[in-house]
Design a protein around this ligand. Sequence first.
Ligand code: HEC
Ligand code: HEC
Length: 136
Amino acid sequence: MSVEAKRLRPPLLAALFLSALLLATLFAFARKPTPSQPTAAQQFKNIQVLKKLPASQLIPVMREISASLGVRCDFCHVRGAFQKDTKPTKRIARQMIQMVQFLNAKEKILHGRATCYMCHHGNAMPITKAPMRPGA
Ligand code: HEC
Ligand code: HEC
């Protein structure tokens, strides 16, 4: 080892140690009070899949789902009792959400781009057969 390298070493270690300390403090701060956002599961009554979603995101997600299927809220929900699982469409939707989460977590080829709209394109019942073009 050259003399140069030997002389550089301790300051380098000290610098590394200091930056590690700094990072640790930063993370400690990041984890501290900032009145942490409630999750959807904490704020709503019957959340089984979107548990970790920030509560503030639940309604935007619901609007996105409705737009993707071209339906209104009552396609899945009993008016005035959103927590109820009375309608089969709500129970299917829950499974569909899980499928999309699975696709985004496991199917790398999709690059995390799976959405309800990907298949539904504004239809409650996705069109799964290509229209035949005359002459094609
Ligand atoms: C295609 C079905 C579907 C549509 C349309 C839909 N939702 Fe939902 N909604 C769900 C499902 C499924 C859950 C439960 C999610 C879970 O278990 O993680 C849910 C949960 C909710 C909850 C939480 C209820 C509770 O207390 O547990 C609210 C509030 C809600 N939706 C509002 C809406 C609103 C407002 C609309 C219209 C803009 C809407 N939803 C449209 C399927 C739907
Ligand atoms: C990979 C394609 C695909 C994706 C992504 C997808 N769906 Fe579906 N969905 C389907 C198919 C196909 C059907 C019809 C299944 C059948 O014939 O029973 C369906 C049916 C449904 C139905 C029942 C409709 C009815 O009229 O009975 C609901 C509700 C639904 N999907 C909600 C969702 C929601 C919400 C999402 C996003 C979280 C989603 N789907 C994402 C393919 C998909």
